[in-house]
Ligand binder design. Structure first.
Ligand code: NAD
Length: 382
């Protein structure tokens, strides 16, 4: 396992507590010097757990299986060999070029975002869930910290302070955790999702469910949302604007798998918010987020005094818990895939079929291969 190369990434893919599990499964573990620094895990802790520590070059060149939180860099891809396997959060549907370059190197690549989420034996490997849960928790804390008033109702000798009014957009794993955490901080919270089946889940964490009169609903496959049509999107947005405008805080967590996150908080909605309001865009990404004007990793204050926090990588800010959870996911996957000292190759296995992106020089993930073929036929344009 190597150190995450991105300067903003404090997580690490494997923590010392899980090294013993991998050794017991017959693996040897090689860790880059300082890989755990961002999560306060020392080289000594890895060595005590039975791992060897080496340079980045030794790790990348020497590993049969290279595990990572995110993706290999272009320079790493250029050095990988056909006998190596890379496991990380590769997101091949939003970065198909990476899949193509890994296939060109003959590398076997597995992506944790392909873990079948409803399969009970795969739940301990579900890094999308473990990290989204942490993102939702931290989003509530970031919102409370950025807001210059109280979250709970406070009755004091110096006055009565009403509780903050918080709207959470998207009621997946991150959104529900954000609602629950906001609730525990004492604010009034309302949740909204495009999938009608989320109503009871929103209410179960102590939030009110926001129902739009336009009644747009978009349940897609596998419990995910589908993209809205332009007409549905404008109906949703027009009505949502009014609800956003009167909130103190909006936390946006909506995602559609393999697509740009939907734009839910428009410039017009932001302009209607009061000075001092806060928006946390958990969906912020290089592709854009849920909020017009959000910049991933930055806080922007608009001309009308609204702070928009672009918070696309909150798990990195909770690096201890996020690394422990990610490590548990990836070590469970490795132990599952190991059969007689080698990684499973049987694609009838639902877990392997879900995560396998490239093998034997080809992009084997069907949706990614189709995306690359469609792009090739349009000369690279999506
Ligand atoms: P996600 O990150 O893909 O999306 C977050 C939320 O955004 C979703 O609830 C989605 O409906 C919502 N959304 C998308 N477009 C929207 C729009 N235009 N307006 C409002 N909301 C919008 O979702 P996720 O957190 O990965 O969860 C997806 C599903 O997977 C859920 O049904 C969840 O319960 C399910 N899941 C199941 C298991 C399990 O069974 N073990 C584990 C994890 C997740």
């Amino acid at each position: 396992m190597r150190k995450e190369p991105s300067p903003g990434e404090r997580r690490v893919a494997l923590v010392p507590d899980d090294v013993g599990r991998l050794l017991a499964a017959g693996l040897t573990v090689l860790v880059e010097h300082g890989a755990g620094d961002g999560a306060w895990l020392t080289n000594g802790a890895y060595v005590d757990a039975g791992a060897a520590v080496g340079s980045a070059e030794e790790v990348v060149a020497g590993a049969d299986v290279l595990v990572m939180v995110d993706r290999p860099t272009p320079s790493e891809v250029a050095t990988l060999a056909p006998n190596q396997t890379v496991i990380g959060m590769l997101r091949p549907l939003t970065d198909p070029d990476l899949a193509r370059s890994l296939a060109e190197r003959g590398v076997t690549a597995m992506s944790l975002d392909g873990i079948p989420r409803t399969l009970s034996r795969a739940q301990s490997m579900d890094a999308l869930t473990s990290q989204a849960n942490i993102a939702g928790y931290k989003a509530a804390l970031v919102a409370a910290d950025t807001f210059t008033r109280f979250f709970p109702l406070l009755i004091t000798a110096s006055g009565t302070f009403r509780p903050a009014d918080v709207l959470v957009l998207g009621a997946g794993v991150a959104g529900l955790q954000a609602m629950g955490t906001v609730r525990r901080l004492g604010a009034v919270v309302t949740g909204y999702d495009i999938r009608p089946e989320t109503r009871s889940e929103i209410e179960s964490v102590g939030a009110k469910s926001l129902e739009l009169a336009a009644g747009v609903s978009a349940s897609g496959e596998g419990g995910y949302a589908r993209s809205l049509t332009p007409a549905e999107q404008s109906a949703q947005q027009e009505e949502l604007n009014g609800h956003i405008a009167r909130r103190d805080v909006v936390i946006a967590t909506a995602q559609v798998p393999g697509r740009r996150p939907p734009l839910l908080v428009t410039e017009a909605a932001v302009e209607q918010m009061r000075a001092g309001s806060v928006i946390v865009d958990v969906a912020a990404s290089p592709l854009g987020g849920n909020v017009a004007g959000s910049i991933d990793g930055e806080s922007v204050v608009t001309a009308n005094g609204v702070t928009i926090v672009g918070a696309g990588n909150l798990p990195s800010e909770v690096s201890g818990a996020a690394s422990a959870a990610f490590s548990r996911n990836i070590s469970s996957l490795l132990v599952y895939l190991l059969k007689d000292g080698a990684l499973l190759t049987d694609t009838d296995d639902e877990v392997l079929a879900g995560i396998l992106v490239t093998r034997g020089g080809a992009v084997v993930n069907k949706a990614t291969a189709e995306l690359l073929a469609a792009r090739a036929s349009t000369g690279g344009n999506p």
